[in-house]
Design a protein around this ligand. Structure first.
Ligand code: HEM
Length: 487
């Protein structure tokens, strides 16, 4: 007897065949392509692991403890959901290469809206590809090594005087407070020749309000009271800053004021065709951008130099020896020159090692603008996902840096593998202030080690809460002692 299947059985078989036809090729393609799922916990819709990263940021272990913990759970690659968005932490040189080299093509900067509100839509941090290229090109010249000799002379004088003053007082002071003040004043002087103390204080207060808002908005709930309060404060601060910049530009244009500085070099392009000069709003947004991008990063790196040199006395001694020999035929009052700075080869390695270990910018955020694959097509990244180039993980990878926890400037005697040392990023968005930051750090190290020894007065390693830049909570307090040198 032939067993004729029932109608229900036929429907089940048809459904099974359709499902197999749909899923089998996909599964086969995945198997054949060697593609792997990025591990990690996406958690609840929208919230995901948002509370965990907030709690890490509010702790004295710093926000990177969130990443460190997940690496222990899932391995190097992991994904998570934060504030409603999927984030992938990219830990490899190959991943970094792929993202840096397709910046603006497959990836864009994260948090565009809140950033544009804060620094302005003409800022380098927000401008679309074509205008970014143009603006960056027009801003670059004053940041070349040779254009920075006036900045070097000025900041050297300030370090010399203020360190001497602090030593004479004989009291303990926080290196972070010292470095924040000096870098801010020196940048405002280099950019706009501002030296008036009360104006500097007002600008610093307003810049801090704008920076806080820029970093906080992506993690705040619109409409909440705290959000409204912060938005109001930052809008007023930004308005005041723009007014100050506008008035300054007007005084320069009318000939009431004329200086040799960054702003003047931007305005002196007056007769150039419009594609070869910046509009006033482009100048103003980027003045603010440069201060925000350069101030707290450089100041934090200065603080970490002091901390690492205190913990590694033999490095400190070797650095002091080099610094004393660079200026052995000069009196202390004579300012350093670019030639002197170029002779500080061990000093430069100390700066690099400090940047490798301190990771002033922990990771560099991007958003995928297209579906793509990463790490030799191993991992799929979907359009809209956030990818964070994890510089900290790369800088502490034992396969790239031997004994990575060891502060060892001599590791830079040898060349580094591409994308294994990226404190200033890479590609079209690489840091515009690299030379300025290096000069500031080298001059600081010179004045500190060739003039003084110091003791760190509080060794507490706790990090500042709620800070996106790793900084010691106590600001690294030190007391200076003059060095008895024979010249
Ligand atoms: C130790 C100090 C500094 C560090 C570690 C640092 C690091 C970085 C990094 C990693 C980037 C790229 C971020 C990304 O790819 O998303 C960047 C961009 C930038 N930095 Fe720095 N920076 C420092 C100092 C400065 C200074 C002194 C200035 C200028 C006054 C500056 C101006 C900029 C600007 C304008 C950008 C954006 C470039 C663009 O998007 O085209 N930085 N910085």
């Amino acid at each position: 007897m032939l067993n004729i299947p029932s109608k229900e059985e036929l429907i089940i078989v048809a459904v099974l065949l359709t499902l197999t036809a749909f899923f089998l090729p996909k599964a086969w393609r995945k198997l054949a392509s060697n593609r792997r799922e990025i591990p990690g916990q996406l958690g609840l819709p929208f919230l995901g692991e948002t509370f965990s990263i907030i709690s890490a940021t509010n702790s004295t272990h710093g926000c990177y403890s969130f990443v460190r913990l997940r690496r222990l759970w899932y391995g190097k690659w992991f994904k998570t959901r934060l504030f409603g968005k999927i984030h992938v932490f990219v830990p490899s040189t190959e991943g970094a290469r792929m993202i840096f080299t397709s910046d603006f093509v497959n990836f864009n900067k994260g948090f565009m809206k809140s950033m544009a509100d804060a620094v302005g839509e003409k800022s380098l941090l927000c401008a679309p590809h074509e205008s970014h290229k143009r603006i960056r090109c027009l801003l670059s010249d004053p940041f070349s090594m040779n254009s920075l000799s006036k900045f070097l002379k000025n900041i050297d004088k300030v370090f010399f005087e203020r360190l001497k003053n602090l030593e004479e007082k004989g009291k303990s002071f926080a290196v972070l407070d010292f470095s924040m003040k000096i870098t801010f004043d020196a940048m405002c002087n280099m950019l706009m020749s501002i030296t008036d103390v009360s104006l500097l204080q007002q600008i610093e207060k307003d810049v801090t309000a704008v920076t806080d808002a820029m970093l906080s908005f992506p993690v705040m709930i619109p409409g909440a009271q705290y959000y409204r309060g912060m938005k109001e404060t930052f809008e007023q601060a930004r308005k005041r800053l723009m007014e100050t910049f506008r008035e300054m530009i007007e005084r320069r244009r009318s000939g009431v004021e004329c200086y040799e500085d960054f702003l003047q070099s931007m305005l002196d392009r007056g007769s150039c065709p419009s594609n070869e000069k910046l509009s006033d709003s482009e100048i103003m947004d980027n003045l603010l951008t440069l201060i925000i991008a350069g101030h707290s990063t450089t100041a934090a790196a200065m603080m970490w130099c002091v901390k690492f040199l205190d913990e590694n006395r033999e490095v400190q001694d070797r650095l002091r020896e080099e610094q004393l020999s660079v200026t052995k035929n000069k009196s202390d009052e004579i300012p350093l020159t670019l030639e002197d700075v170029k002779c500080m080869s061990y000093g430069l390695k100390v700066v690099k090692e400090t940047l490798r270990m301190s990771n002033v910018l922990l990771w560099f955020p991007r958003v995928a603008v297209n579906d793509c694959t990463i790490e030799g097509k191993c991992y799929e990244i979907k359009k809209g996902w956030h990818v964070n180039i994890d510089a900290t993980c790369i800088h502490y990878d034992p396969d790239l840096h031997k004994d990575p926890m060891q502060f060892n400037p001599s590791r830079f005697d040898e060349g580094q593998k591409p994308y294994s040392f990226i404190p200033f990023g890479s590609g079209p968005r690489t840091c515009l202030g690299t030379n300025m930051a290096k000069i500031t750090l080298l001059v600081f190290l010179h004045r500190l080690t060739s003039g003084y020894k110091w003791t760190v007065d509080d060794l507490d390693p706790s990090l500042e809460r709620k800070s996106h830049i790793p900084r010691l909570r106590n600001g690294c307090p030190i007391t200076l002692k003059p060095l008895n040198k024979m010249k």
